[in-house]
Design a protein around this ligand. Structure first.
Ligand code: NAD
Length: 381
């Protein structure tokens, strides 16, 4: 069978779902590989590099979709792409099954099998296919770099002949995959880093990375806002008030805030309110990684950078992985080729779409003319 990656059509998207290296691995699974001409250029991969890796370069998207059996993509397909799905094809891509009725219906009608990368179950065996985590890691790193780029001072403290420079004080709100990456980047740049999460079990991880966990003045256990299966749930009013009071207290001393707080299937909680933004010093920077889901910060504008009246920069970009397209394409393409390895147990270049396999079943959202989303809970952890 042949697997191919078209050029992404979403405006400003620089990533690509196949790299020369991932293509070499896919060939070891028995597949022929194809790429649309120019698909990798924005991520730093030329047609020549693909050719050298044994990949066929196909001139147009239409020809590529026609010729391949498996399509690997980053962004959910648009209407033109959906029309190219047929019963004999498998699409592997982010697909947003819960919020993409048009796509789900089109895929069902076409008879194609769609594997939605955001649906890969979060079980140990599937970690190597977990594209949400690999992209969140990049977003967390890039959020700190972006903050630094908009911050007029050093991260690390210095004593120089020209004077003493205090270290930047960074607060990371939400210590999931993106938050932990932000904490690691911030501490390695030398900033004094604080982190807060409603899940108390992350405190140890935060501290082991050289950051300080922010505890609340709250009688009951911090447990209150804690997890369901490793995820946060909605907080009680008292807990939320204690959290906001703490943020209000520290806002004047914090130079950079990175917010990453999310609750599955809900809008992002508003945690850094207008008065906290107003209490920050001029020149401070906020990066709201939850911007796409409504934002954790009052004043965030998705996809924009705004400067408030008191000189605080609020960054609401939603395309951090695409801003580091070489790295994100490399990791995403690796996630895809691991998914392909799962789909090809015999390494014979033939897809074996085994709906008894927890990972494949969990991620498959349409199959043989049926909608197979949401999946049943996984059998193994
Ligand atoms: P996420 O993106 O859903 O949320 C980010 C963080 O925000 C979470 O840590 C959450 O607790 C926190 N949060 C929510 N509300 C908050 C609030 N009001 N204040 C402060 N913080 C708040 O999280 P994620 O990065 O997807 O990770 C969630 C969990 O899943 C973690 O336990 C992680 O280790 C786990 N995980 C497991 C696997 C795997 O086993 N394969 C892979 C990835 C993540």
């Amino acid at each position: 069978m042949k697997i191919g990656a078209p050029k992404e059509v979403f405006e400003g998207e620089n990533r690509v779902a196949m790299t020369p290296d991932s293509a070499r691995q896919l060939q070891k699974l028995g597949y022929d590989c194809a790429i649309e001409s120019g698909a990798g250029v924005a991520a730093g991969f030329t047609d020549a590099a693909y050719k050298e890796a044994g990949v066929e370069v196909i001139k147009t998207a239409a020809a590529l979709w026609k010729q391949v059996d498996i399509i690997a993509k980053v962004r959910q397909p648009n209407a033109t792409e959906l029309k190219r799905l047929t019963a004999d094809k498998t699409l592997i891509s982010f697909f947003n099954p819960a919020g993409n009725e048009e796509g789900m219906e089109a895929a069902k009608k076409s008879g194609a099998s769609v594997i939605a990368m955001e649906m890969v179950p979060r079980i140990s065996r599937a970690q190597k296919m977990d594209a949400l985590s690999s992209m969140a890691n990049i977003a967390g790193y890039r959020a700190v770099i972006e903050a630094g780029n908009n911050f007029g001072r050093f991260f690390t403290g210095q004593i120089t002949a020209a004077g003493k420079v205090p270290p930047a004080r960074v607060l990371v709100v939400g210590a999931g995959v993106a938050g932990l990456a932000a904490i690691g980047t911030s501490t390695s740049l030398g900033a004094v880093t604080y982190a807060f999460d409603v899940r108390p079990e992350v405190a140890e991880q935060v501290e082991s990375m050289g950051a300080e966990f922010v505890y609340l003045d709250f009688e009951e256990e911090q447990q209150d806002g804690a997890a369901t299966g490793g995820y946060a749930s909605v907080q009680s009013e008292e807990f939320r008030n204690a959290q906001l009071a703490k943020f209000r207290e520290i806002a004047p001393d914090i130079d950079i805030v990175i917010t990453t707080a999310l609750i599955p299937n809900r809008p992002a909680p508003k945690l850094w309110l207008e008065d906290m933004v107003a209490a920050m010093k001029p020149g401070s920077v906020i990066v709201d990684l939850a911007a796409e889901r409504g934002g954790n910060v009052e004043g965030t504008v998705p996809d924009e950078k705004v400067v408030t009246d008191n000189g605080v920069t609020i960054i609401g970009y939603t395309d951090f992985p695409s801003r580091m397209a070489t790295q994100s394409s490399t990791l995403y393409a690796t996630n895809i080729r691991h998914m392909m390895a799962d789909l090809t147990p015999e390494k014979d270049g033939q897809v074996n779409h085994d709906m008894e396999d927890d990972v494949i079943r969990g991620a498959t959202v349409t199959h043989q003319g049926e909608i197979t989303f949401p999946p049943p809970p996984p059998k193994v952890q």
